[in-house]
Design a binder for this molecule. Structure first.
Ligand code: ADP
Ligand code: MG
Length: 312
């Protein structure tokens, strides 16, 4: 392709919200054999919301949510934000309707939350802290088993049920005992399944990578039409997944939005960041998809193929 053709293609990309960082990135995209998608915020909308809250003891739901939200209030994780929002809603709307309070939409729960000490965010696991002298753990199975907390059959069954319907189960323990579970759903982006189908038709293999558990990951992958899944990948492990695909000389693209994804975006032959993602991801990528629409992964590959191959 002539320098003019590259310039024109870059302009066409920009007009469609596909920012390409240089002619080399534009040229490489035609060779993509694998597209590795992050799950949360990339294939899914990244709008997690609590759909289930089950308490396994005699504790009231409002009190349970108060403790859990107190523990999660200092976490930046999307799951934590969903939990705090759900607790806020429950406190002001469900409980208030019984006590004739009239809360505003902006009412905050900071005054309702309990004091937390020794807060610890454990990447890929959850949070750990003390509330009112009690140790509170909120997170996945790994967090519980690593802390020596047994998961009763009844709890395990409920978590499995959530995971099979593509939800994430968040376990809650007070001291040594699991007392409740929250189910959190994050819907797929509307275009996700169509894009996966399109890539397959183009001869490109889609893969999903996530820190979430295997069962939820498989359920989401099935919904979207992805066969190849890598789950329970620790935050540092996504780049290793990229390297494993590159081992035989394959050309690999990574599409992601989070801080967690930036090493993988940099490791990939072609990193594509979701425009709504974190700055660190955008910086690490070769492409930025400004419309936050996965169809632009196809636009990017098409543009490169059309610019660099003579017969198309
Ligand atoms: P990803 O963004 O790829 O889904 P993360 O590494 O951020 O993965 O998280 C992996 C898993 O760790 C989550 O699915 C969840 O089970 C658990 N986790 C992490 N942070 C929290 C938190 N603040 N509260 C509850 N669970 C958490
Ligand atoms: Mg993500």
């Amino acid at each position: 392709a002539t320098p003019t053709a590259v310039m024109v293609a870059t302009g066409v990309g920009a007009n469609n919200g596909v920012l390409i960082k240089g002619g080399e990135a534009l040229e490489r995209a035609q060779k993509i054999q694998y597209v590795i998608f992050d799950k949360t915020g990339t294939l899914t909308q990244g709008k997690a919301s609590v759909t289930d809250a089950k308490v396994f003891t005699g504790m009231g739901r409002g009190e349970f949510l108060r403790w859990v939200a107190s523990a999660e209030a200092s976490s930046e994780h999307p799951l934590a934000k969903a939990i705090v929002e759900y607790a806020r809603h429950f406190h002001f709307f469900d409980e208030a309707s019984a006590t004739s309070q009239t809360p505003s939409k902006e009412s905050t729960i900071s005054g309702w939350l309990l004091d937390v000490s020794d807060f610890l965010a454990l990447p890929g696991r959850g949070v750990k802290c003390f509330v009112d002298g009690k140790q509170v753990l909120v997170g996945n199975r790994k967090l519980m088993t690593e802390s020596g907390i047994a998961i009763p059959d009844q709890v395990e069954h409920f978590v499995v049920e959530l995971e099979e319907s593509a939800k994430t189960g968040v376990l809650v323990a007070f001291d040594e005992n699991i007392i409740g579970v929250l189910g959190i759903a994050d819907p797929l982006k509307r275009e996700a399944a169509v894009v996966i189908e399109g890539l397959l038709k183009m001869g490109v293999k889609p893969v999903m990578v996530t820190g979430d558990n295997w069962r939820t990951a498989r359920a989401v992958a099935k919904e979207v039409g992805i066969q190849d899944v890598r789950a329970e990948v620790m935050p540092a492990g996504k780049a290793d997944v990229i390297h494993s695909f590159q081992k035989d000389g394959s050309i690999v693209s990574m599409v992601g939005d989070g801080i967690n994804d930036s090493p993988a975006l940099a490791a990939a032959d072609i990193g594509m960041a979701i425009g709504a993602g974190t700055d660190i991801a955008i910086e690490a990528a070769d492409y930025v998809l400004m419309r936050n629409n996965l169809e632009d992964v196809i636009t990017a590959i098409d543009l490169s193929r059309k610019t660099f191959s003579r017969i198309r």
